[in-house]
Write a protein that binds this ligand. Structure first.
Ligand code: AMP
Ligand code: FES
Ligand code: ZN
Length: 305
């Protein structure tokens, strides 16, 4: 197979575009896609300070690398969730990337902020770690961006993540989520920061190829709590279809974004206000994170008596 860009021997096949590239041309292709996505969805401009949240995985670290190369003003933040072993190893990869690129990394630890790690909060509130984790991460992404006066938060969600999330939302007719699923979530309140996903058209495989070619030190293992997650089943189902019909994943997501207006009526106008305890945006008197932590801390104190 020959490279679509320079006719040299190809090393990476991109089946859904019916193309193949050599290592150099693949990097150009990847950077162009990221740049295109940022511009097409007006995610941010070269002068904007972008808060990129990094997990130590191939996607967010590849995005960090790409944003630096594209000349954006990017600041990375890692959240230490306190998951034994896994969090240490994830943080190490982020620190290694920062050191290698002569850039800095902000870190915030859930245990230092609230005295309890994600698995401890989950145990004490009898929730699954993933449910607690997702909620707390989103809360901290917004809080840290706001405190650092960042106009936008970028995550490393890729096409596989977005297509799996779309499939899940459709299978369960989560109309409210469908109305809001998009690669550029605008700020709907002065204390809510815009969220963007510049990798939303790039597959997990493409992010992996980029990370390998660029020698990015990423953590290959999954979170120990991810096992059995429905999102993995959806990803497997989509991969199965993609193998038989390359391009399905991308057209599934792009088609949805094109027809998103169909779900507009489900984007109910909710009244947003500030949590009376922490000041973050919520629809209730006290936000769900404050309520969750209050319950966990009460149980923790009772157990220590
Ligand atoms: P996940 O929810 O694990 O699929 O991760 C999706 C995206 O959320 C990643 O690409 C990162 O941008 C961000 N993210 C996940 N975990 C962390 C973390 N511990 N710290 C900072 N950002 C994270
Ligand atoms: Fe959040 Fe696994 S990364 S529970
Ligand atoms: Zn609160």
């Amino acid at each position: 197979m020959r490279c679509k860009g320079c006719q040299a021997k190809a090393t990476v096949e991109v089946r859904h575009h019916n193309a193949a590239y050599c290592n150099d041309c693949f990097q150009d292709y990847f950077l162009k896609r990221v740049q295109h996505n940022i511009r097409a969805y007006k995610m941010f401009s070269p002068g904007d300070r972008v808060l990129l949240v990094v997990s130590g995985g191939k996607d967010s670290l590849s995005l960090w690398d790409a944003l630096i190369r594209l000349g954006y003003q990017v600041t990375a933040l890692y959240i230490d969730l306190g998951i034994e072993g896994y969090s240490q190893r994830s943080g190490d990869k982020c620190r290694e990337f920062a050191a290698k690129n002569g850039t800095s990394l902000g870190t915030i630890s859930v245990k230092e902020v609230w005295g309890l790690s994600i698995p401890e909060i989950a145990r004490k509130t009898r929730r699954t770690p993933c449910a607690v984790c997702g909620r707390i991460k989103r809360y901290l992404f917004n809080k840290c961006a706001l405190e650092g006066s960042f106009p936008v938060v970028a995550t490393g969600h890729n096409l596989d993540d977005e297509a799996a999330s779309l499939l899940g939302n459709l299978l369960h007719w989560q109309t409210g989520y469908l109305a809001r699923q998009q690669p550029n979530l605008p700020a709907t309140h002065p204390k809510l920061v815009k969220k963007v996903k510049p990798l939303y058209t790039l597959t997990e495989r493409e992010c992996l190829a980029y990370a390998l070619i660029r020698n990015i030190p990423y953590l290959a293992e999954d979170c120990p709590y991810a096992e059995g997650a429905t999102s993995i089943t959806y990803k497997e189902a989509l991969n199965h279809i993609e193998a038989a019909s390359p391009g399905t994943k991308l057209s599934f997501l792009k088609g949805f974004l094109k027809h998103k207006g169909l779900f507009r009526e489900y984007d109910g106008e909710v009244e947003l206000r500030e949590c009376s305890r922490c000041g973050q945006v919520t629809t209730e008197e006290v936000c769900s994170v404050c309520r969750l932590l209050e319950r966990a801390q009460k149980r923790s104190a009772a157990q220590q008596k």
